[in-house]
Design a protein around this ligand. Sequence first.
Ligand SMILES: Cc1ncc(COP(=O)(O)O)c(C=O)c1O
Length: 485
Amino acid sequence: MNKNLLFDEIDKQISLSWMQEKQFVKYGEMRYALLGYNDLDIAKWESEHGKPVLDTRPNDYFSIQKISEALEAKISQVPKEIHVSSPLFQDWQVGVKHSLKQIMGSECIMLLKSGTEANLIATDMLSHKNIPVYFDKHTHATTRCGFNLARGRMLESIEVFKNALNRLEKSNTSEEDIRRIIQKPLLKILESVGFYSFNHNDYDDLDERIKKHGPGVVYTEGLFSVYGDLLKPEIAEIAKKHDCSLVIDESHSLFGTATSDLTINRTLPAKADILTASLSKGGCSLLGVIGLQPEFFEKRYIYLEKKLNRPLTDAERERAKLSLFNLFRRHTIFVFSNAPSDIEESGLQARMNFLFQNPERRAVLLDKTKYIREKIRNAGIKLLSESPMMFIEIGSEPDSVEFRNYLIEQYGIIGSLYMPPATPINGAGVRLCVNYDICSDNEQVERFIYGIIDAHKKLKFDNICRKKNELYFLWSQRRFFVTGF
Ligand SMILES: Cc1ncc(COP(=O)(O)O)c(C=O)c1O
C-alpha cells in the first residue's frame, strides 16, 4: 500500500487550500481580486488622468524609502559587503544600534534581520513554565508564532506524561481510575503553559485574567497593525499594578508615526520592559530590533538585592546587566543565523538622519492625518484609526474587492485588501496607509478624503458575508485569528 504519513498530511492541506483557490476563481471574475495594480496599470492610470496614483500599500509613513541619501549610503556599502555568520561577531552598540538605543530609550539593543526575528526571540526568551502569558487579541501573527514555538518547547513534558499513561493502561487499571489519576497532573501541565488572550485593548479584561492566573508577561502593540489604533495607556498601568513584565511591539509606531514622541512607550504612565520592532515600516529597511529597557534591568537588580539581602555594588550591577543581555544574545536565532546586512544598516542610518534633520515631515504627517481622519469620520464612516494607517471595514470579501477597485479606478487610490485570517470573519476591508508625500500635497489629501467618502456612498454592498467555515477552512483550523501582513 502506498502509505506515507508525511504526504498524507501534506495532501490534506493541499486539498483544503484547493478549496480556497476554487473560491478565489469565483471572486476572481472581479478584476485585481487578489494582488491589486501592477506597474503597467499604474502608468496607464497616471497618463489617462494626468496625476499620480496614491499608493497607500507601503508603510513608508515618512516617504523616505527612496531619498537619495539612503540610496547613496547603501551603494557606498556594496563593495565592502561581507556576510557575517552571526550578529555575535559584530560590534554591538555602535552606529545605527546606538541611534536606535537613543530613540527607543533602551539600555541595550539587539539588531536583527527582521521584526519577525525580534518577536520570535522576545517571546521565546520570556515564556517559561508556570509563568502566564497575556496577549492582546490583535497582537501580530509573528508574536503568536513565537508563543507556539515556546509552547512546543514546554510541552515536552507531555511525552513523559504519555509514557506514564501507557504504563497505567498496561497495568489493567480501569478507565475510570485512569481518568481520576491523570486529571490533576494533566490540569497542572495545561496550566503550566498558560497563554491567555485578552480582548483588544480591554484593560478590565486583562485585569480579570491576571487576577485569575497570576502575574506574568503582557504582550501588546504600540500602534495596531490592522486598524491603526493606539495602545491604551491603562494596559501598561494594569501590567504594572500586577507586577507583570510588559512587551510592546512598536513596529508601526517607531520614529513617531502617530504621536509627538518617538515611541508609544515614552507616552505611557508605566514603561515597557522590552520593545520589539520591525524597521521595515517607518524605517524602510529590512531589519528588526529588540530593545531591553532600563525597567527590565531595574527589576533584575531589585530581585538580586532581595536575594542577597543587600544593595548591589556598581561592579555587580554592571555584571548583572551584562549577563542578562548576554542571555538574550545566546538565543539560537541570534547565534546561528547571519548578521543583519551592513547595506541595510547604512540605509537605515541615512534615513534616520534625514528624518531628524527634517522634523517638518513628522509634523505634517501628524497634522494632516488628523485632518483626514476627522473629515472621514464626519462623513459618518467608521474609522478606528488614530494614526496614518486607516482601515475601512466593509464586511464581506467581494464587497471589499469592489470597494478597493472603485478607489483605484475612480481616484487612483491603491489600498491593500485585508481579509481573514488578517481580520475577523466578515470583517474584511481595505487598509490605506497615508504618507508624507500625500500629506504635503493638498490635491492628494482632498482626493484621498473625497475618494473614500464617494466610494462609500456609491457602492451598494450586498453584504453576502461568507459563513464561518465556508472559506479558509485551512485557517479556521488554527486557534486564533491572526493580524497583520
Ligand atoms: C506589528 C508587526 N510586528 C512584526 C512584523 C514583522 O516584521 P518583519 O516584516 O520585519 O519580519 C510586522 C510586519 O508586518 C508587523 O506589522
